[in-house]
Design a protein around this ligand. Sequence first.
Ligand code: 2PG
Ligand code: MG
Length: 429
Amino acid sequence: MSADSPSAPIVLTALTARPILDSRGYPTVEVSAVLDDGTRVRAAAPAGASTGAHEAVERRDGGEAYSGRGVDAAVAGVEREIAPALVGSAWASITEVDRALRDLDGTHDYRRLGANAVVAVSIAASRAFAHVAGLSLHTWIAAASGSSERLPVPHFNVLNGGAHAANALDFQEFMIAPVGAPDEAAAVRIGAEVYHALAALIRQRYGTAGLGDEGGFAPPVEHPRTVLDLLVEAIGDAGYRPGRDTVAIALDPAANYFYRGAGRYETGGTLRDRAQMVDFYLELFDEYPIRSLEDGFAEDDPEGWVAMATAAAGRWQLVGDDLYVTDPERIERGAAAGLSNAVLIKPNQIGTVSQTLAAIAAARDCGMSCMVSHRSGETMDTFIADLVVGTGVGQIKSGAPARGERVAKYNRLMEIERDHPELPYGLDR
Ligand code: 2PG
Ligand code: MG
C-alpha cells in the first residue's frame, strides 16, 4: 500500500470540532469524525511557542478572550467548510484528503482555515484510514510511507530555558537520550530515573524544582555549562554512564531567540560572532557527551549553519527545526547548501500528514536523519508516537518523562513495544 493506494477508501458520516485547552492553558482544536461503520476517531492540534517564520499559520480569534488565542473561528471553519467538503464522499487516500484540504484553504500555509484546524482533520483522517485498513496507526503509516517500523530513541527534555521558561538561560532544551538502552521500556526507565536524580540535585542546589513548558526543570541558571555539569552528574547519580553511545545529551538552543542579526549571537551576556559560536559548540562537544545539536544557528543565518556543518564534518547530528519547518522544498534546498545532516519533523509546521511524510521522504532522499517532535503546547493526542514508529526514523522528542501530555507519547511507545516485541529499538544508523 502507498499513500495513494485506493485499496481501502474511507467515508465519513460526520465531522465536528471543539476548542479544548492545551498544556499551557490556551485553546486548541480537537476534531471528531464518525466513519460509515459508526467508528469515531479524534485528533487534536499541538501549538508551538518558539515558532519558525515559515511555519503553517494557526488561526487565532484575536480579541480579549484567552489573550486573543481563542480558536472559535478555526472550529467553525471545520464545521462550516471542511465538514461539508469531506463528509459523505469516498476518499481513496490520505494524499487525496490532504489535497482537498489544501485546495479548500486556498493558501500555501493554511492561514485561511488555520493549520490548527487542518492538521487535526488530517490526523483524524489518518486514523480513519488505519481503521478501515484493519491496521494499527503505526503499521498503516509504515505502509503509507514505505518504511520499516522501528522504536525510537526518546530524547527527554529535562531542563528548560529560552522561550519555554522564565529563567535567564538562553538555550531552550537540554535533553537526555538513552541511545544504548536495549529497548523502549528501558530507555523510558533511564529517562525517568535521570529526571528524578536531576530533581534532587536541583532542589539541593537551588531550593526549587519549578518546571518549564515541556516539563523539564527551570532552575535559576544562566550558563549552558552549569546545566551540562548537572546533567552529567544526574546521569551518574542515577547509576548510568554518560556517553555518546550510552546515555547521551542533545541540545536545542533554538538560536532564533538569541540571534542579534549580522551573524551575532548573545548568550549568557556574551556576544559571539559565527566563528566564535562554532568554537563554543565545538568546545561543548569536546567536554560533554553531546550527540545532537538542533537550531544551533538562526533560521536566517545560513552562513552560520554551513560553518557549523563544515567544522562538525559529520561527527555530530545537526538538526534543522525552525530552519526547515518540515517543508520538503526547504529540506532539499538546505541539503544542497550543506546546512545540516538532520531534520526535525513536526506535522503542524507543514499542516498535513501527507506533507509530513513527504518531508521525511525528502530528508531520506538527501541522506539526512529525522527526529519526530512534539510542540511546547501539547494535548493528550499521541499521533507522533505512531508516526515515529511507522516511519522508522529512530528518534523522537516529547519533552520530560513527566506531565500527562508528555508521557502520553512515551507511554504509547511502550504500548506499541509490548504489542510488537519484535520491533527493533534505536537509531536508524
Ligand atoms: C522546538 C519546539 C518543541 P515549540 O523548538 O523544538 O520542543 O518548541 O513547540 O515551542 O516550537
Ligand atoms: Mg526546536
